[in-house]
Design a protein around this ligand. Sequence first.
Ligand code: ADP
Ligand code: MG
Length: 253
Amino acid sequence: MADKIISVRNLVKNYGNFEAVKGISFDVYENEIFGLLGPNGAGKSTTLEIIETLRSKTAGVILVAGYDLDKDSETIKGLIGVQLQTSGYYPGLNLLQLIDLFAGLYNEEVDGMALLRSVNLEEKAKSQYKELSGGQKQRFSVATTLINKPKVIFLDEPTTGLDPQARRNLWELIKIINDQGATIIITTHYMDEAEYLCDRIAIIDSGKIVAMDTPDNLIDELVASGFERPREVKQANLEDVFIHLTGKSLRED
Ligand code: ADP
Ligand code: MG
């Protein structure tokens, strides 16, 4: 197996008396797509934001590319790409100007048009963020994570609220970025998405990891335990019907 790029040991996060993350440990390997799944409030965003150096932890040890978060958080910041909160975008600027602004903050030379082209937003270069559709906004925010050519990219629910076409379009973008060498850590509530994208997933519930493996192994394990679906499985699902009827091409995504 490839080298570890992230190592989390006994991570604890308390908010006052509330234990949001209760001593979790996991590794992410270089060039993986690693999924963090779990119900709302499970502690996914807290965990990601701690690794992203945006939130303090209560206890535990985190290494990113061999750097200790407690000692080298500045170095770690330079190695990672984080999807920014949408509210963080300056309203008066267009997409190209926003990319130039971020590039300046990162001290990077970036070909803004090429970057926008890579996420299929070349035609929106002169538009403002607020003028974009949901899928376009998400593609733009993925583009901003790429500016500092990161080794690891964090995507927290990037496809929530998107229509099926826009969701699949973002999947392909994530695959391309991964193929180009980046390790991806993603959270999602869509199990089909996790199955399609993720090499391994951790399922987190009430601040604890309750399972961690490849999607295939997790499913096989459940089946081996005697689980059967209550209904006969059809050869297609409603999403297939929707895509079949409305096509795969992007509209106003
Ligand atoms: P998830 O991303 O899995 O939905 P979060 O990591 O956002 O979960 O939240 C985990 C738990 O911690 C939730 O119960 C949430 O209400 C709580 N929490 C998150 N942020 C804070 C905060 N800043 N102060 C207090 N509690 C918080
Ligand atoms: Mg969250």
